[in-house]
Design a protein around this ligand. Structure first.
Ligand code: XMP
Length: 509
């Protein structure tokens, strides 16, 4: 395995992804990791990531210099390389010219890292400091027009440094360099697959749980579904999945999930039909944040009441993913401004004193999808679009009533059916409908109508932090609109949302 020390680069998750793509397991650790902890991980190589700081800044991040005495190969990238050079007795100073963007590499010395890299390959630079003097034992292996020491190496100690970023697409040879580091320098073997991950995880879960009971809140989303599959494989019916149907789900969703997990996958499903509790609590509420808070609270109450019924429950399982862990452990903070209170209820009140099991906490989203596939989760669930915890309640602008829920459900089902049929379900990040609180005049037959308006929303995105409105074909939009107006009583107008995030958000509330 490889350890990446996180010096705060925006690319550090990308480094981990690149390593894992080579079927080598990789973990990101903060710079303040204890040397003993690091040794216990038994890494075959260490990568020091880039970062925004300058090595001479007072509070610049530092990892224990004892890592250079472990006899483990080290690859320093950008700030990581400057840290290494500085720690080993070299010199780093402000570059004459800040370098940002493409540069051409000229390889000067044959180097295992540069094996197979074209002469004058492009690389991506982003730095204000540069090395001015190398530590003893190091040589320059490549230069660029502006950077005299763009790549450096100490072959004897197996230390390598790159001033540019091999992990980004803009460095076409970067993938090869990382491969060279993993396989030629560190001697890793490519054996980490989702199958091997699942095998280990199953053994670990069995070991941790023993004969106790585990509770999991199943939402039907990809993460909780895959976590449930994995844990079920490990401990079978010692796992109880509590599935709270809040009455705010899409058409037939509750029944479908119950059937799939309960009958088809033979899991222990505790299905709670709590729709009335939620709609009662939402009566008269129009404020989006109030809706979220109420839904979060009712969920907690219902979930806790169910959980208390399960005897010998000692563990609570959650589908936490790696980016959440990295962000919370990072000394440099993740996205901090909360625009909407995404409650994503997972935790039970502390008084229940359940121990946490988070079997996906080292996986990225696409790895979770692969794992789901490996475990035999149906395609439709593996590729399910994200669906917010408060469900359709935040897609009904204004008060949520049973009647309005029923209208939106029908509209939403038509939209999804057509999006799927046209092959756009996987191409867009999310696609859904929003029921507006205003009415408009229409004409049907010879009669004047005065009915609801729905807005269709489809966006493309990689992580929901930013999103672009999806350029769906006009013909498809036309078909969806026609079907909605013809088939759903109470809707006489359909509009398409053409705003991107930012400044809009994906959901309307
Ligand atoms: P926004 O609307 O903030 O949404 O651009 C970003 C992503 O988060 C989802 N979302 C939520 N998910 N609880 C959730 O579990 C919520 O309250 C919530 N609000 C928004 C949204 O669907 C999108 O994927």
């Amino acid at each position: 395995m490889i350890v990446v020390i996180d010096f705060g680069s925006q690319y550090n998750q990308l480094i981990a992804r690149r390593v894992r793509e080579q079927k080598v397991y990789c973990q990101i650790e903060p710079p303040d990791i204890e040397i003993k902890q690091l040794q216990d991980l038994n890494p075959e190589g260490i990568i020091l990531s880039g970062g925004p700081a300058s090595i001479y800044e007072k509070n610049s991040p530092k990892v224990s210099e004892a890592i250079f005495d472990l006899g483990i190969p080290v690859l320093g990238i950008c700030y990581g390389m400057q840290f290494m050079v500085h720690a080993l007795g070299g010199n780093v100073s402000k570059a004459h010219k800040r370098e940002y963007g493409f540069a051409r590499l000229r390889i000067q010395n044959p180097d295992p890292l540069m094996e197979g890299i074209e002469e004058s390959a492009r690389c991506w630079m982003s730095h204000g400091d540069a090395i001015t003097e190398l530590p003893e034992g190091f040589v320059t292996t490549a230069v660029t027009e502006n950077t005299a020491m763009a790549a450096v190496a100490d072959y004897k100690r197996q230390f390598y440094g790159l001033q540019f970023h091999p992990e980004v697409e803009h460095t076409p040879g970067g993938k090869q360099m990382l491969k060279n580091f993993l396989f030629s320098v560190c001697g890793c073997t490519a054996g980490w697959t989702m199958k091997s991950f699942a095998k280990n995880a199953v053994a670990e879960i069995r070991n941790a749980v023993g004969d106790k009971q585990v509770i999991l809140g199943l939402s039907g989303g990809v993460d909780s579904s895959v976590a449930a599959m994995l844990i079920h494989q490990a401990i079978g019916r010692q796992l109880t999945c509590i599935f709270v149907d809040n009455g705010l789900l899409r058409q037939d969703e509750g029944a479908r999930l119950k059937k799939l997990f309960g009958q088809h996958l033979k899991m222990n499903i505790d299905y709670v039909n709590a729709g009335k509790q939620f709609t009662d609590a939402l009566k008269g509420v129009t404020d989006p944040e109030k809706k979220r808070k109420i839904i979060g609270k009712v969920f907690m109450d219902v979930f806790e009441a169910e959980a208390r019924k399960i005897k010998d429950a000692e563990f609570l399982a959650q589908g936490t993913l790696y980016p959440d862990i990295i962000e919370s452990q990072s000394a440099f903070g993740g996205p901090t401004s909360i625009i909407k209170s995404h409650h994503n209820v997972g935790g039970l009140p502390k008084k229940m004193k359940l121990k946490l099991i988070e079997p996906l906490k080292f996986l990225f989203k696409d790895e979770v999808r692969k794992l789901g596939k490996t475990l035999g989760l149906p395609e439709e669930l593996v590729w399910r679009q994200p669906f917010p915890g408060p469900g359709l309640a935040i897609r009904i602008i204004g008060e949520v009533t049973r009647k309005r829920l029923s209208v939106l459900r029908k509209v939403d089902a038509i939209l999804l059916e057509e999006i799927r049929a046209a092959g756009y379900y996987k191409k867009v990040w999310q696609s859904f409908a929003v029921l507006l609180p205003i009415k408009s005049v229409g004409v049907m037959g010879d009669k004047r109508t005065y009915e609801n308006i729905v807005a269709l929303r489809a966006v493309t995105s990689v992580d929901a932090m930013t999103a672009d409105w999806a350029k769906l074909p006009h013909k498809l939009l036309g078909t969806i609109s026609n079907r909605i107006i013809n088939e759903v009583n109470g809707v006489n107008r359909v509009v398409y949302d053409i705003s991107s995030k930012p400044p809009s958000t994906i959901e309307w509330e």
